[in-house]
Ligand binder design. Structure first.
Ligand code: G1P
Length: 252
């Protein structure tokens, strides 16, 4: 079935981007001429998504002011408020009331470049008919503790995964890279998920429940770049990335 629904979790408080985030949600910070959450919206539109749920929270009115109904961006946008920060799995679980079909998730603090990255993962999911598909990228061993880390077989089927392990316990150096595609099976898995790393409901643990129950979960290497923006330093690097790419006259 073709994927028509997208979900963007963007409720985080952006504390590592203070003082900027006193005045605006971090997703509205401009990178190369637009608020950086717009890159995820555009990636979804390019992947054929018709309806997007933005999961938003505290002091985020300007996200609504900017995107409105989504009409100007070629997609229907609705907003779901997550007041408490209980974890990524909790954020995704909040969509259950509204969604009974497969959907793509793009994390709101990442830019995926070029815009075709999202479509690539969605197409792979449809081809494999998996219960879940995760974008992955290889990271250095000093970085594994910042990510969900997957163990995969030669066909890229996920056989194990763990959220932010210490380097000594990481099953590989393949990190979950911010784009996921799910069937509605993920909602039952989320409901069964218990608090994990940092006492939060971790989406990685929900996906592990799917894997452990024998459901097909696949991964695909990100065909492009993930630019994460969580701190002022990362924001500077993101801008440098675009200055460099624009100077090379890369097509957008
Ligand atoms: C989240 C996920 C993690 C994933 C990462 C990608 O972590 O929990 O599995 O690898 O996004 O950016 P966060 O960065 O929100 O701590």
């Amino acid at each position: 079935m073709t994927i028509k629904v997208g979900v963007i979790p963007a409720a985080g408080r952006g504390e590592r981007m203070l003082p900027l985030t006193r005045a605006m949600p971090k997703e509205m910070v401009i990178v190369d001429g637009k608020p950086f959450i717009q890159y995820v919206v555009e990636g979804m539109v390019a992947a054929g998504i018709k309806t997007i749920y933005i999961i938003t929270g505290w002091r985020k009115h300007s996200v609504l002011d900017y995107f409105g109904s989504g009409e100007n961006f070629g997609v229907d946008i609705s907003y779901i408020v997550q007041d408490e920060m209980l974890g990524l799995a909790d954020a995704i679980g909040r969509v259950r009331k509204f969604v009974d079909e497969s959907f793509v998730v793009g994390l709101g603090d990442d830019i995926f470049w070029p815009v075709s990255c999202m479509k690539d993962i969605v197409d792979f999911h449809e081809e494999k008919k998996s219960s879940a598909t995760l974008s992955i990228e290889e990271v250095s061993s000093s970085e594994v503790e910042k990510y969900g880390i997957v163990k995969i077989d030669k066909d890229y089927r996920v056989i194990d995964l763990v959220e932010k392990p210490p380097a000594s316990k990481a099953p590989s150096r393949f990190a979950i890279a911010g784009i996921y595609v799910f069937t509605p099976e993920i909602f039952d898995a989320i409901q069964k998920t218990r608090p994990g790393k940092n006492n939060e409901l971790q989406l990685t643990d929900s996906i592990k429940l799917l894997v452990d129950s024998g459901k097909p979960v696949y991964s695909k290497k990100l065909n492009g770049h993930r630019i994460t923006i969580g701190s002022i330093d990362e924001l500077r690097k993101a801008n440098e990335f675009f200055v460099y790419m624009n100077s090379k006259k890369y097509p957008k």
